[in-house]
Write a protein that binds this ligand. Structure first.
Ligand SMILES: C[S@@+](CC[C@H](N)C(=O)[O-])C[C@H]1O[C@@H](n2cnc3c(N)ncnc32)[C@H](O)[C@@H]1O
Length: 203
């Protein structure tokens, strides 16, 4: 995992953050779905938040209980500097999701392009155990991954592509699929990447 940490920290130290393939100017579907399914006091965690603009977008809407979890300290520092005094309104966890421990249970767990890096079955199960442990009953799991028509790698690392059947089977009976849609993400270099978005509710 040290290798994973150094990979991501190097990415955020060496690359223009607006040029990384997953960059968004606005958090599009994630933002729309969070607004549609939660209220502004909801406890929301963005897992593998990177330098995503999602937190800024939600703070602007008045969301008051945001947590960002991210492996790379450089990404956390960048986010804190960008948010300025608003950073004080956010809980930051600089850690690996596979080791996550908290006293909080969340109303919504957001993951855009993080779970899909777990190519190892044991790691996937560890992640799903954390999700089960820290998501409230009736809480939402909003997941975005590369689609089967999308790339096979992200940031030069192998990923697992998901469609509705594959992810629904993996999550099992404790989660109901509320909705799913695809999104063609525009890479800053002008190419496109097919994502699938899934919104699950925990039973
Ligand atoms: C492709 S980026 C997506 C970033 C962000 N979710 C977004 O949509 O802009 C993946 C992010 O997940 C982080 N990450 C990867 N594996 C992780 C892990 N096991 N625990 C926590 N963060 C992780 C990386 O450091 C990176 O910031």
């Amino acid at each position: 995992m040290t290798d994973t940490l150094s990979h991501w920290d190097k990415v955020y130290q060496s690359k223009d953050h607006a040029q990384v393939s997953w960059h968004q100017d606005h958090a599009t579907l994630s933002f729309d779905w969070i607004l549609a399914y939660t209220n502004k006091n909801a406890n929301i965690i963005d897992v593998g938040s990177g330098v995503s603009i999602l937190a800024d977008n939600l703070l602007d809407e008045g969301y008051a209980n945001l947590s960002l979890l991210e492996l790379s300290f450089t990404a956390i520092q960048t986010t804190q500097e960008r948010l300025k005094s608003d950073a004080n309104k956010v809980n930051f966890y600089n850690e690996n999701i596979l080791n996550f421990q908290s006293d909080t249970q969340f109303d919504l767990w957001h993951d855009r392009a993080v779970f899909h890096f777990l190519t190892d079955e044991e790691d996937r199960q560890t992640y799903l155990n954390k999700l089960n442990q820290y998501l409230k009953p009736q809480g939402y799991f909003l997941l975005a991954t590369f689609a089967p028509t999308g790339p096979k790698q992200c940031s030069e690392l192998a990923i697992v592509q998901y469609d509705k059947d594959k992810i629904t089977q993996l999550l099992g009976k404790k989660f109901n699929l509320i909705k799913t849609t695809s999104e063609t993400h525009l890479h800053p270099n002008g190419s496109t990447q097919d994502f699938n978005y899934f919104l699950f509710q925990k039973i």
